[in-house]
Design a protein around this ligand. Structure first.
Ligand SMILES: [Mg+2]
Length: 413
């Protein structure tokens, strides 16, 4: 099999409401670039990457000549072709490598008529459990619905997600409002579901002392872990010395050098494996093997996804022997998907691993066009800006929190 073409199409797919986080906001939609790699036997493999928009499309187009004639089965050769570790100092292509690896694995699975998870070690589970991933949300700019800011709104949203999807673990994304306010709401969430697990993630926005104070205050809850309370391995280590619960990260252990550094001087207990940040599904499996050896925990991370990326997370989750936590997904905040069959459905808090060959998902060409057109109309949004606070910038540690009483609806096109 030889690669004969590469196409990249940027789409934007609406969310139920804008999702607020410590760095800013997803402004009511996700921007994703869909990669299609065609081979000389007429197959098309699918990949996906977040952010970037037009610049991501251009960057993928720039790799087209390099990839033409390449055998998609030669994945290690591909790794060095695209993201040699010293070459990457100049071009930083790890996330592009991930999208191309997804497409190559999809091609191999289609060619061999077997699901990607069966190529990558074989399935240990047919379904992957997920956490609810609750966000503070602005009201939708057009219809005013979907806000999550108050205690009642948070619990209503959590109850509705539990009813609709059946989650048994509840993650709250914080780092938006003053820590004491978020502490009160997180406690209310844990009290609402006493049988379930909880996890909190302020995206590294706190000072170390604030993180220790918050961590100690939630020690009695049914925590999976506390995720990225501060930014930096040394800060995480200081928090870990004082707080009696596992710490998790998707920010300070995102490559093998950092993972190695975390072994002799442990700062993080649970490594959240992101198929994009780590450069593909296979590096995540390699990292999971290191974690198995050193008895570190793992979970599957979400950096925002449509169905193609979600399929990579499901195939990853299917083959990890040491996966002991529910995965994260932004997916249930989406209103639609670009794959055939529309949005995948949760059952009892789990998603089924696709059964078809390759990644097991197919592009819905009509939807791809619809959301590519919408992207042309709306363009990008600044992930690291808050539409409700145009003068604010995200500092680490942050000391300028959003006002929990501010119920204005930001104007977002
Ligand atoms: Mg996180």
């Amino acid at each position: 099999m030889k690669i004969t073409d590469l196409r990249a199409t940027t789409v934007t797919v609406p969310l139920e409401a804008p999702l607020r986080h410590a760095n800013g906001c997803h402004w009511g939609r996700f921007v994703r670039t869909i990669v299609e790699i065609e081979t000389d036997n007429g197959l098309v493999g699918l990949g996906e990457m977040g952010g970037g928009g037009e610049s991501a499309e251009a960057a993928f187009r720039g790799l087209r000549e390099t990839l033409l004639g390449h055998d998609p089965a030669r994945l290690e050769r591909l790794r060095f072709l695209i993201a040699n570790p010293t070459g990457s100092l100049y071009n930083n292509r790890t996330q592009m490598l991930a999208a191309i690896e997804f497409a190559c694995l999809d091609l191999l699975g289609q060619h061999w008529q077997t699901p990607v998870s069966e190529i990558l070690g074989g399935r240990l589970r047919e379904e992957v459990p997920f956490a609810s991933y609750l966000f503070f949300r602005y009201p939708h700019a057009k219809h005013g619905r979907g806000e999550v800011r108050t205690r009642e709104q948070l619990l209503d949203c959590a109850r509705e997600l539990k009813r609709r999807c059946g989650f048994h673990s509840h993650k709250l994304k914080g780092g938006v409002f003053p820590p004491d306010y978020e502490l009160e709401l997180f406690r209310a969430l844990a009290a609402e579901f006493p049988e379930d697990r909880v996890r909190f993630d302020p995206n590294g926005a706190w000072s170390t002392e604030e993180a220790i104070r918050f961590g100690q205050a939630i020690e009695g809850l049914n925590n999976d872990y506390l995720e990225d309370p501060v930014f930096g391995l040394h800060g995480m280590r200081r928090v870990r010395e004082k707080v009696k619960m596992p710490l998790a990260t998707n920010t300070v252990v995102v490559n093998f050098e950092q993972l190695a550094a975390n072994v002799p001087h442990t700062a993080v207990d649970v490594i959240l494996l992101d198929t994009t940040f780590w450069g593909g599904i296979r590096p995540c499996i390699k990292a999971a093997g290191v974690c198995e050896t050193f008895q570190l925990g793992i979970a599957v991370h979400s950096s925002g996804e449509l169905g193609i990326q979600l399929a990579t997370m499901l195939h990853l989750g299917a083959v990890l022997p040491n996966l002991s936590f529910a995965a994260d997904a932004h997916y249930h905040h989406l209103t639609d998907d670009i794959i055939e069959g529309g949005l995948m459905r949760y059952r009892d808090g789990k998603l089924a691993v696709p059964q078809g060959p390759g990644l097991g998902v197919k592009l819905n060409r009509k939807k791809l066009k619809q959301y590519a057109d919408l992207y042309q109309q709306l363009g990008n949004y600044p992930y690291d800006r808050d539409p409700g606070r145009p003068d604010w910038i995200a500092m680490t540690p942050n000391q300028d929190w959003a006002d929990p009483k501010d119920d204005r609806i930001p104007a977002i096109k």
